[in-house]
Design a protein around this ligand. Structure first.
Ligand code: KG4
Ligand code: ZN
Length: 335
């Protein structure tokens, strides 16, 4: 079965063709990063407009790259939430029209289920149950995955997402957008233990996250130094900030898995592209005797192949959409 998948929840216009859950026939991504860079972050109105300009070219390219024609497509999948409403609407409207014209099923997909499913594309042998840390520009969750379609959020951020904190700190340090890769690079030249930025544990079991504290601590550190006329070492700030975030993300993931009696871990979302985070979780998992899975870099950040993979589970349980499908900017993973 060939699923054409469309993703437009943020600043990537993406389309892919996935065959039989695991095989990526094509994976086309048109990123708007260079446009949003100028503004230091994603401008929703510009994102929607660019999606409209690019979507038909990206979808056509995905079908051509797959070596197929439109008549070979068996179903059309689309991210319908969460994300920026105007951006989501472009993908949803296009997918509805495409499915209608081809007279094929329409499969609505949750963006975060897509991120988690990137792990199956990388490691088809991975089977639930496992515990997945999902950290992106808009989300920071720890999710228990009990089957291809059963997801339970065990922990979440109370305020900012991890990726959001990376983006903000990078902006104030002058390293640009997107912040994650820029901070990772700058951190290579800094000392991760130079500044002791706060680590916050929240929630009943202490698994919830809060990243606004560490973000504010970095801003205060910079402003205090400025007021005293002191020069800061930007690379030490980047490395110490990154260390604080990695420390919290990795410890919470391991503790959550232990508390749930699950010995299989996975990473997902843009922040999962962070190499020191992967290395830390890998070390901790090894020490605990846990299995650890993560997608290759291009499957961590937004793409449509992950949406195509997740769509198979939705299709199997009969969760199809129709022409009334709408964008759901605040969709929960448990919906
Ligand atoms: O999953 P994603 O592409 O889009 C959302 O669904 O939000 O994630 C984008 C986020 C951005 O905040 C970006 O700074 C962060 O992922 N990111 C990283 C790295 N690469 C991307 N964060 C830390 N280290 C990285 N190497
Ligand atoms: Zn994403």
């Amino acid at each position: 079965m060939n699923i054409l998948a469309i993703e437009s929840s943020c600043d990537e216009t993406a389309a892919a063709v996935v065959r039989d859950r695991f095989e990526i026939l094509s994976n086309v991504i048109n990123t708007q990063i260079d446009i949003h860079k100028e503004y230091g972050g994603v401008v929703p109105e510009i994102a929607s407009r660019k999606h409209i300009e690019n979507i038909s070219v990206v979808v056509d390219r995905a079908i051509i790259d797959a070596g197929l024609s439109k008549s070979d497509i068996d179903a059309v999948a689309v991210t319908y939430g969460p994300g920026l409403v105007g951006a989501l609407l472009v993908g949803v409207s296009y997918a509805k029209a495409f499915a209608y014209a081809l007279n094929k099923p329409l499969i609505p997909v949750h963006h975060i289920k897509g991120h988690i499913s990137a792990n199956y594309l990388e490691n088809p042998q991975l089977k639930p149950p496992f515990i997945c840390l999902v950290a992106s520009g808009g989300h920071s969750h720890i999710v228990r995955v009990d089957s291809y379609c059963d997801y339970t959020a065990l922990a979440r951020t109370r305020d900012d997402a991890a990726g959001e904190a990376f983006d903000k700190v990078s902006r104030v340090l002058g390293f640009g957008y997107p912040g994650g890769p820029a901070i990772q690079k700058a951190a290579e030249q800094g000392n991760p233990y130079a500044i002791d930025f706060p680590r916050v544990n929240m929630g009943k079991d202490g698994f919830d996250f809060s990243f606004s504290g560490v973000k504010t601590a970095v801003l205060n550190y910079i402003h205090n130094a400025e007021q005293k006329g002191e020069k800061i070492n930007k690379y030490d700030v980047a490395a110490s900030f990154q260390e604080a975030v990695i420390d919290v993300l990795s410890r919470h993931l391991i503790s959550c898995a232990r508390a749930n009696g699950i010995e299989r871990l996975a990473l997902a979302g843009g922040v999962a592209a962070n190499v020191p985070l992967r290395e830390r979780v890998s070390q901790l998992a090894k020490a605990e005797g846990m299995e650890f899975y993560f997608p290759r870099l291009e499957l961590c950040t937004d793409n449509a192949a992950m949406i195509g993979c997740a769509a198979f589970a939705e299709f199997e349980r009969g969760r199809l959409g129709d022409m009334s499908l709408n964008a759901m900017p605040n969709l929960s993973i448990e919906d």
